[in-house]
Design a protein around this ligand. Sequence first.
Ligand code: DGI
Ligand code: FE
Ligand code: FE
Ligand code: FE
Length: 187
Amino acid sequence: MKREEALAIVRTQLKEQRYIHTLGVMETAIELAKLYGADVQKAELAAIFHDYAKFRTKEEMKRIIIEQHMPQDLLAYSPELWHAPVGAYLVQTEVGIQDEDILQAIRYHTSGRPNMTLLEKIVYIADYIEPNRSFPGVDEVRVLAREHLDRALFRALQNTIQFLMDKREPIYPDTFHTYNDIAKKLK
Ligand code: DGI
Ligand code: FE
Ligand code: FE
Ligand code: FE
C-alpha cells in the first residue's frame, strides 16, 4: 500500500492532533529504519497505522479483546493500553494489511514486549520521540535514539514506568517485562 492511500485511510479514523502526531511518527520511523537498516516501507506503514484504533470506544475495544481471545489481563489495566492490540486487529480486518511484522509493531507499540524486533523498537521509539512530543526527558531519548536504539528504548521505558508510578497507576506486566528484558541485555 502506498503512503498517500494509507494516510487517507488513517485520517478518517483520527482527530487532527492525532493525525499530526501520526505524520511525526511516520517521518521519525522512516529516519530510524534507514539509520538501523530496517525495512523502510514496513516502518512507514506500521507508523501510519499505529494509532488506528485510538478513538474507538472502550466498549468496542473490550468486545474485540474478548471475542478475539487477546490477553484478557489487558482488561484489568488501563484502557490506554487497548488501542495497540485492537489496532493491529482492525488494521488487518478493516484495512487488509496482512504483513505480520507490521501488525506486531502496531500490537506492541504501547507496552513493548520481551525480544522486540527491530521494527517494533523503531515504532515504539518513533512514537515516543516524534517532533510534536514534548515532555520531560524526551530530548535525551531523541539523542539516544540516533546513537543506540536499545539504550533509547530502555530510557523510554524507564521514564514511562516512573511517570506511571508517580501517578500511582498500575503498570501492565508486559511493560515491566520489556524493561527487564532490555535491562538484562544492556548489562
Ligand atoms: O497512543 P499514544 O499516546 O501515541 O502513545 P502510547 O500508545 O505509547 O501510550 C498511550 C498511553 O498508555 C500513555 O499515556 C501511557 C499508557 N501506558 C503505557 N504503558 C502502560 C500505560 N498505562 C498503564 N496503566 N500501564 C502501562 O504499563
Ligand atoms: Fe498509541
Ligand atoms: Fe509509546
Ligand atoms: Fe502514538
